[in-house]
Ligand binder design. Structure first.
Ligand SMILES: CC(C)(COP(=O)(O)OP(=O)(O)OC[C@H]1O[C@@H](n2cnc3c(N)ncnc32)[C@H](O)[C@@H]1OP(=O)(O)O)[C@@H](O)C(=O)NCCC(=O)NCCS
Length: 244
């Protein structure tokens, strides 16, 4: 979770063609089995599992992302943050998760060159991860982060921008974003004391690198653990591509 609290006026946002950016239903069956047992009129019945899908962020569901983050996370993110996460080059990374067609969580990241100068190693920086409390411990957070890691490792071509509703657009607004480079490293800051989130990321292959003093300015404790995943491929159980 990044420390960012400034609020500014949102610049106009271009709309993008998001056809095909809703995932096929996710397989959480590895964790929970194909059916779940539920109580119906006092008797146990076996019911099909609810459909779980990931959806790209768009101007139309940005309000939903904002709502989920404001309910779950202790930081108020800026207008700039909500604009940046709609960057079309991150279309395959940043997702909302729907549980039985209800939006219940989201994960947002950005790409940075972190490390030795002048050109650090391209790194996926997880900025926010939030799942509404009643929907936790079902693998949704894991699905969101693993999806972002997989997208970083296997970048796809961003969707073409769609013309704005007004029908007129500048050439820049209609220029397709270039594909990203392969990214095999990820980092995340977790507030010191949030052991649930730390364990969660460690289970996904992140390791504590250091404590960043005073990372957060507007909440206590102010320190953050910097957790690093130095080999996304290995964390995903794929052949290591370290050194990319
Ligand atoms: C961290 C967070 C996103 C995890 O979301 P989640 O959907 O509960 O994540 P998962 O279900 O994939 O895994 C969480 C736990 O449930 C367990 N779990 C996973 N699938 C499960 C299942 N089917 N049944 C029971 N437990 C399960 C995991 O073992 C894990 O436990 P652990 O943390 O003790 O190892 C969520 O707790 C959250 O939103 N927290 C508040 C915000 C926050 O701290 N964000 C992180 C900082 S950026």
């Amino acid at each position: 979770m990044t420390a960012t609290t400034t609020t500014a006026t949102a610049p106009a946002t271009t709309t993008y063609n998001t056809a095909g950016t809703v995932s096929a239903p996710l397989e959480l069956d590895d964790v929970r089995g194909e059916y779940e047992s539920v109580a119906v009129n006092g008797a146990r019945r076996v019911a099909p599992k609810p459909k779980v899908t990931l959806t790209s962020l768009t101007v139309n569901n940005a309000g939903t992302l904002r709502r989920i983050n404001s309910v779950v996370l202790p930081i108020a993110y800026s207008e700039r943050f909500y604009k940046d996460v709609l960057d079309p080059s991150l279309d395959d990374v940043n997702k909302l998760v729907y549980y039985a067609d209800i939006p219940v969580g989201a994960c947002c990241s950005r790409v940075e060159n972190v490390g030795a100068k002048p050109q650090g190693k391209p790194t996926l920086v997880v900025l926010t991860l939030a799942v509404l409390a009643p929907y936790r411990s079902q693998g949704l957070g894991t699905a969101l982060v693993r999806h972002a890691l997989r997208a970083a490792l296997h970048p796809t071509t961003p969707p073409p921008p769609a013309p704005p509703a007004t029908g007129t657009a500048t050439r820049a607004q209609l220029t397709q974003a270039p594909p990203r480079k392969v990214i095999n490293r990820a980092v995340v800051h977790v507030q010191v004391g949030n052991h649930e989130a730390k364990r969660f990321y460690e289970r996904l292959g992140f390791k504590e690198d250091k404590v960043v003093d005073n990372y957060y300015t507007r909440m206590e404790p102010r320190d953050a653990w910097l957790l690093v995943c130095d080999d996304i491929a290995a964390a995903l159980g794929e052949t290591s591509v370290n050194g990319v």
